[in-house]
Design a protein around this ligand. Structure first.
Ligand code: G
Ligand code: G
Ligand code: MN
Length: 534
């Protein structure tokens, strides 16, 4: 009882442990997975952002190129008042274009729609750096002031002049920059290899003390590129998952899976598994039922009957597990261990009583297995008992799987000194065939005849036949299941030598069995000179 409760407590703790650790593992693994996903998503998002910024810069330049495209005929005189007015209108239509100017080949201003903007761009020195586009007539020129947002798109027209649009793209980035990144990232639009035209965000993001993450995109049409940088910390903290719900979902999912695992792991073992571990743990123990002399009541031997003594003390009877043992083949290791254990604990008794025989039930499928006798020899020799003290009981209840082999093994067994007993005789469908084939040393008459001995004519006739047959063949006849004194007297008169049954004792453990022998020894009547005595 205490063992059962302790087992339940242990299983509850084990179950809780499995559920808890599964919840923990799932939450941790889920979180790690989500974090790596977030890293990938942040990366993709910043790359996309650099692409978008570049696209905007290209679009602004495209506008300027389209605008300038209308005025590139070399013969155009763009500096007359009429032409300049048209050009000025263009600067009103295209918001990013601040000025359109006509320049001499050396860069000197010929005329401009907004000379102030021109001055702002060049800040005194007319000569600006030049970077050619894929279309080499179109040149980009950053302003002298880094980060001012100002630059020039210049279209070279023949030998005589160029036409140039001054652009301001300072506000270009504002709306597409995620609010969270405004203080944590720095974006730059560059012309040529390194002239920074416009800058947006936080300069500290790329400070050397921060391990910066950088993204860039470059145009294939214009010498313009975008560089985006954010600190490693900002990158890591960007777009966080909602911690609470994610952990809760992870924990619940993990706990549910843990519950399934616990159920599977802690599922009671199958009957075969349970029996296998019971054999391994030595829970299958021998019980002994005495075989006694019907006249003197002296115990002449015993039959070993297996019992499963569970750890909680419950005693399981063979009808509950012998069929499983037979079907699974566990009958072999079970029987081997049973013989080992019985012979070992019976050894002193076998020495004290030199005539005493010990009988084991052998499953026919076990008997015909290769090496059966050799293994048995080893076990018996190890126990130090002679083979002649051992009786192998073969039941007549079922047909033999291989009668020829069974006959060969039993005859070899007899040569090696073992005694063969035919169990449940008369209960099977074999008539007297088994007796003829196996030539047993012992014939055990089935209990169903003993139950009605002295009251049913046919039963008495069958008993008489078997007694006769035993005498002729030199086999001892044993009556199974004797429960009353009347039965004993009837069977003894009929010439049956030995008996087995509740009249003397049920199958009992060794200690009880020994006490019984001592009691009966004291009560035993002196043996008559009886011809049936074995
Ligand atoms: O032990 P009980 O008295 O309930 O026996 C029931 C039946 O179980 C017996 O008739 C016998 O056929 C079978 N049995 C008991 N012990 C063994 C054993 O050790 N081996 C085999 N093969 N059968 C056994
Ligand atoms: O292996 P076998 O079938 O002979 O096993 C004997 C079976 O008969 C066991 O189950 C044993 O407990 C049972 N048995 C032995 N003696 C008696 C008895 O006197 N009465 C009853 N009812 N059963 C008995
Ligand atoms: Mn038996």
């Amino acid at each position: 009882m205490a063992v059962t409760i302790a087992m339940r407590g242990y299983r509850a703790v084990l179950g809780a442990l499995i559920v808890a650790s599964s919840a923990l593992v799932f939450t941790a693994a889920g979180w790690a997975g989500l974090e790596s996903l977030r890293g990938q998503r942040n990366l993709a998002q910043l790359e996309e952002l650099s692409g978008q910024l570049l696209q905007r810069a290209e679009l602004a330049i495209d506008y300027a190129v389209i605008t300038l495209g209308d005025y590139t005929a070399p013969s155009n005189d763009l500096c007359n008042i009429e032409a300049l007015r048209t050009l000025r209108q263009q600067t009103f239509v295209r918001g990013a274009i601040k000025d359109i100017a006509v320049l001499a080949p050396d860069g000197q201003l010929m005329c401009s729609t907004a000379p102030a903007q021109f001055d702002l761009l060049t800040s005194g020195s007319a000569r600006l750096a030049e970077y050619e586009s894929r279309n080499t007539s179109i040149v980009l020129q950053p302003s002298h002031t880094e980060g001012s947002g100002l630059f020039r798109v210049l279209w070279r027209i023949g030998e005589t002049h160029s036409i140039a649009a001054t652009l301001n793209i300072d506000m270009l980035m504002f709306d597409i920059f995620p609010a969270q990144l405004r203080d944590e990232a720095l974006a730059e639009i560059r012309i040529g290899p390194g002239d920074v035209v416009a800058r947006f965000g936080d300069e500290a993001s790329t400070a050397p003390s921060q391990t910066a993450r950088a993204f860039s995109a470059a145009s294939d049409r214009y010498p313009v590129s975008v560089a985006l940088a954010t600190s490693q910390t900002s990158f890591r903290n960007w777009n966080p998952w909602p911690l609470g719900p994610v952990l809760a979902i992870g924990a619940i999912a993990g706990a549910l899976i843990g519950l399934l695992v616990a159920q599977t792991v802690m599922r009671p073992p199958s009957p075969v598994e349970a029996l296998r571990s019971a054999i391994r743990r030595g829970e299958l123990v021998p019980y002994y039922q005495p075989v006694f002399d019907l006249v003197t009541l002296r115990i002449v031997g015993c039959e070993v009957l297996v019992r499963w003594r569970r750890r909680d003390g419950e005693l399981v009877f063979p009808d509950r597990f012998i069929p499983i043992a037979e079907a699974s083949g566990l009958i072999v290791p079970m029987t081997e261990r049973l013989v080992e254990q019985a012979l070992s604990e019976m050894a002193p008794l076998l020495v004290e009583h030199p005539e005493f025989k010990i009988a084991f039930n052998i499953d026919p499928s076990h008997l015909v297995q290769p090496g059966f006798l050799d293994t048995l020899d080893q076990i018996v020799a190890q126990a130090g008992s002679p083979n002649s003290r051992i009786v192998l009981e073969l039941t007549e209840r079922n047909a033999f799987p291989d009668m020829k082999q069974a006959v060969a093994v039993t005859s070899e067994a007899r040569k090696r000194g073992y005694r063969i007993s035919l169990d449940d005789t008369g209960a099977g469908h074999n008539g007297l065939g088994h007796i003829q084939d196996l030539k047993p040393d012992v014939i055990k008459i089935d209990k169903k005849f003993i139950d009605v001995a002295g009251t049913v004519e046919a039963a008495d006739a069958i008993i008489e036949v078997l007694v006769n047959l035993g005498q002729r063949m030199g086999a001892v006849v044993v009556a199974e299941g004797i429960e009353t004194e009347d039965q004993r007297a009837t069977l003894s008169r009929a010439g049956v030598a030995h008996g087995q049954g509740y009249l003397i004792s049920r199958p009992v453990p060794l200690a009880t069995f020994r006490a019984l022998i001592n009691d009966l020894e004291r009560l035993a009547k002196p043996a008559k000179n009886d011809p049936q005595m074995a």
